[in-house]
Design a binder for this molecule. Sequence first.
Ligand code: SAH
Length: 248
Amino acid sequence: MDIPRIFNITESAHHIHNPFTPEKLATLGAALRLEKGTRVLDLGSGSGEMLCTWARDYGVIGTGIDMSRLFTEQAKLRAEELGVADQVEFIHGDAAGYVSDEKVDVAACVGATWIAGGAIGTIELLAQSLRSGGIILIGEPYWRQLPPTEDVARGCLAGAISDFLPLPELLASFGRHNYDVVEMVLADQDSWDRYEAAKWLTMRRWLEANPDDEFAKDVRDKLTAEPERYAAYTREYLGWGVFALMTR
Ligand code: SAH
């Protein structure tokens, strides 16, 4: 079981697989007023940066589940590196349908809401692991500017304009499902650059090390096209944020 190989190549050097910087991740942890011993579940935990740094900085304990073998391995190494391996556990597996045995204080899915068919389905999944009064974290894209055409939406690698909402409407959609939005931390264009532009150097180095790999042409084409595509579309039109929700 694994995710498509292209992600394990282009994001192999990322600690955070989202348009967030370490500073924004720390801001989010501080904003949530996390206390020592807070139990966190993270579905689609990637390389574990959120759990590991929050364990180090705020004393949280928790579990992450991710389908990438590489990212899960990196998460375990990161936990050891930060001295928090006794506080956090990383499981390689499918997070779709995952419900924890013990209820948690914070249940998160940060940038992997397709695991339950979108943000609302993922909220319903996370709610099953959450203690009463706990916080759900959802990381999700939104339109910073509404694309003028469907072609522009596709330039952002969305299937259609209707895939995402403008920020006020995304926030309203949480309300319609009976959740208060109690905090949020948003990406900005600089933090988007850290996510997207970091892939380019990784791809370039990978191409130099793997010229004969069957993926070399795909990676070459992507490296050639991505900077311009990203600057023209994603960087201008797509926003991203992590939203903290509590049921009303
Ligand atoms: N939350 C992490 C990773 C976000 S990227 C971070 O912010 O860094 C999306 C992650 O979802 C990737 O790590 C990918 O491996 C993982 N993923 C994709 N499908 C999955 C599934 N069905 N179950 C668990 N993880 C999945």
